[in-house]
Design a protein around this ligand. Structure first.
Ligand code: FMN
Length: 209
């Protein structure tokens, strides 16, 4: 399998056909998202996996009625933590200790580093920082889906406050950042199916020093 061929196969799908995505492939995409790296490994965001058709119908108006919202098999909502609490840092440190069978004391310096970094940011800065981590995971999801020949659309075309309201994200301590529609292209009705990729030339894009 050539990953470059797959990256040319994928495109931001505008129309999907409602077909279900194979469960193993779908799980592989979720695994890739979960395995994405994040600054200090904290993963300060969550991903909602929305398959429920009723919920997606409610989401459509705040997503400017983009058809993928209801035509995809699932919508993944990447959402930043509203707050990075001392408890969430403690949980992360305990996870490392458990996974690597390491004494908690050995992680104290690392924990203080995280708390120092987090403590030095305003809430707005923390959400921006979390968003950067979430977008790396979004990219991993896009890449994995391409490898699996599953179609996707990364989406920022929605009203975040409206979506937070529909999904009651505030109660979960979350703020929506970006969506990933996951499904299969409607090859006949999608005007972008088969369109040539448009990217800046490598000469313009890369700066070799
Ligand atoms: C962060 C992000 C947000 C995007 N938002 C939308 C969107 O709301 N709706 C949509 O149809 N496409 C959306 N796109 C798709 C881009 O328009 C598309 O990726 C770009 O034109 C490159 O084309 P390609 O992905 O088909 O290669 C978004 C892409 C990214 C990365």
């Amino acid at each position: 399998m050539s990953f470059k061929k797959q990256l040319n196969w994928r495109y931001a799908t505008k129309r999907m056909n409602g077909q279900k995505v194979d469960e193993t492939k779908f799980q592989n995409i979720l695994d890739a998202i979960q395995l994405a790296p994040s600054s200090m490994g904290l993963q300060p965001f969550s991903v909602l996996v929305i398959k429920d058709p009723e919920t997606r119908k409610k989401m459509a108006p705040v997503c400017y009625n983009q058809p993928q919202i209801t035509e995809a098999d699932a919508i993944l909502v990447f959402a930043a933590w509203n707050n990075i609490t001392k408890e969430s840092v403690n949980t992360y440190i305990s996870n490392i200790a458990d996974a690597r069978n390491a004494p908690l004391e050995s992680l104290e310096g690392f924990k203080q580093n995280i708390l120092g970094l987090v403590g030095g940011k305003t809430q707005e800065e923390l959400v921006t920082w979390s968003a950067k981590q979430a977008y790396i995971a979004l990219g991993f999801g896009l890449f994995a889906a391409a490898i699996e020949e599953v179609d996707t659309t990364p989406m920022e075309g929605f009203n975040p406050e409206g979506l937070d309201e529909v999904l009651q994200l505030d109660k979960k301590g979350l703020k929506s950042l970006a969506l990933l529609a996951v499904g299969h292209r409607d090859a006949e009705n999608d005007y972008l199916n088969g369109a040539v990729k448009v990217r800046r030339s490598a000469d313009d894009f890369f700066i070799h020093i």
